[in-house]
Design a protein around this ligand. Sequence first.
Ligand code: PLP
Length: 359
Amino acid sequence: MGRVYNFSAGPAVLPEEVLREAAEEMLDYRGFGMSVMEMSHRSGMFRDIMEQAEQDLRELMGIPDHYRVLFIQGGGHVQFAMVPMNLMKHKVADYIITGQWAKKAYQEAKCYGDARVIASSEDMNFSYIPDCSDLPIDSEADYVYVCLNNTIYGTAYPELPNTKGKPLVADVSSCFLSAPLDVEAFGVVWGGVQKNIGPAGMAIAIVREDLIGDCLQGTPTMLKYSTYSEHASLYNTPPCYNIYICGKVFQWLKKLGGLEAIKARNEKKAKLLYDFLDQSKLFQNPVRKTDRSLMNVTFVTGDPALDQRFVGEAEQAGLLNLKGHRTVGGMRASIYNAMPIEGVERLVAFMRAFEEREG
Ligand SMILES: Cc1ncc(COP(=O)(O)O)c(C=O)c1O
């Protein structure tokens, strides 16, 4: 079987070019006679890989010098805890709940202080982003927390919330590097890498320098942002191979023309799918139009049995992992950076043919 079109929400499709390069370098990385997986993390070869990765990420996102780039083991859920442990100095934080991942982050923060919900879209199964122009932000709040792209529901913030001067902390796991982002608008930008950047099990946190260093008492060494910041993410053995693949994806993005170019590509792909959904009589997108995600597109027929048949038949046609999350039902196509436009064209053609047959 050749490569399929993989619409998984994560771990997800990676650029074929990156995978081929990694395969070529598997046994002998650039004449060093070993795989990156076998290298000492203290070796010059690996340090070069890591430094290049950070430099490329800084360049891609335009990360200012007063922000630190931290490569942290453990994925998203570890950040749900690290954020309050490192930032909740006054033991108060405000959370905007736009889905399961924001809610889980909020529930974790409650273990460390007074986490409050200041807005939520749970009343309509998270199908929209609440108005964030004038929120009841606590004067004592250490930060305001958002999940910028809601993987399960297919929503994204059309604009950033007004935090009234408080640091904004954002989970960007499912929209990482999908479009330019004004890093300076945030105190912390963090994302698990397993959707748009690399293998699962690691997060990258971009943290404003002045927010580092004043963590809650009892915070374990490996959960302090300062440990990563002071040791260039090399305090212990980092997820070396993971960082190497992320670095390759950064290079791939640079070759494509950077984040403006990938944004244009992503918009084109998403438009193909949303335009089809908007005229379809069989499939509907349950999300408020202004709040649609570029990365995760949800759709339903309204008939669970028909949805199930669609997913099964799509799989037979080489279009994989289109089943929606159980809390939304129906289908979800995750069309991350590495999904080629041909994959979306094939999906739309398949949906059109299915509708003609079933409609
Ligand atoms: C937006 C978002 N945040 C956090 C997570 C949780 O990440 P992890 O499974 O790495 O803990 C996910 C997982 O899919 C996600 O989509």
